[in-house]
Design a protein around this ligand. Sequence first.
Ligand SMILES: *Cc1c(COP(=O)(O)O)cnc(C)c1O
Ligand code: SF4
Length: 317
Amino acid sequence: MVEAITDPVELITLLELPAEFIPAAQHAARLFGLRVPRSFVARMEKGNAADPLLRQVLPLGEELETKIGFSTDPVGDTKSMVAPGVLHKYQGRVLLVTTGACAVHCRYCFRRHYPYGDAHAGQRHWQQAVEHIAGDASIHEVILSGGDPLTLSDDKLGAIIGDINSISHVLRLRIHTRVPVTIPARITQTLLHALRASRLKKIVVLHINHPREIDGDVRTMCHRLLESGALLLNQSVLLRGVNDCEDILAELSDALFAAGILPYYLHQLDRVVGASHFLVDEGNAKTLHEKLMARLPGYLVPRLVREDAGAPSKTPI
Ligand SMILES: *Cc1c(COP(=O)(O)O)cnc(C)c1O
Ligand code: SF4
């Protein structure tokens, strides 16, 4: 895979940040490793510890605080698993955890404690996942998630897409990924060709939280994905100190649309252990959302939602 930084000392030194960040970063990184591709670091501002891109990936001492109401499986993933790595929570669509690997480790990730070792549909469990989907004609959409499915090799992805293609009641293929944003160069012609060749309707749901994540390379990649016939949507997480600001969210919607992406969801943070310092309370989230509605056309306002374990869909706030 493309080069990533995994050593907190290297990241802190490269960005010319004070050395006092190092001990806490090393400590927090032992619980959930640091990982950030160099192409993403290149969009960060040197010397700025509050940089909104850096905040998403830099391990901080706050992660070690325990807070009431924060758990290791806040969205009930382990309960909705119907086969290894197959999450069937909502009617008509299943989510496949195809791999535990991600190109970037987001500090607020709700899957930071997910038991990836035994609970993904990759390799030895893949046949079981296919059988589950083939055996349930109510499934019309398969969502490849993870981890990040685009960290898999083109061969593996090609095989996965091929197997899903062959199940006739599946109409749509959705890919949840941060790779086009964090390592745009990873989207190869082989992958684009596999997408274009599939009979399925394709939806790529990106994960972008701040307008500065979108640069020229990202726009080029989005253009290629659009040409492969995919609809591009975006989901963001509302994060304190990153995007909890009306102007930034409005700018994000504009930048997304300029890249051919429609805003889909703005997620309220899942209450996962280690991420409490990112929480924006629901009242403030609602106020921000109302301001966006008053300012942008409806199609540029993402739906503000929360995930409640056991609910039949995401819950609108
Ligand atoms: C979020 C999620 C989905 C997708 O929900 P949509 O509202 O269709 O975007 C599907 N399955 C699981 C398990 C999910 O967590
Ligand atoms: S890319 Fe997605 S799954 Fe991976 S760490 Fe970030 S939020 Fe979590």
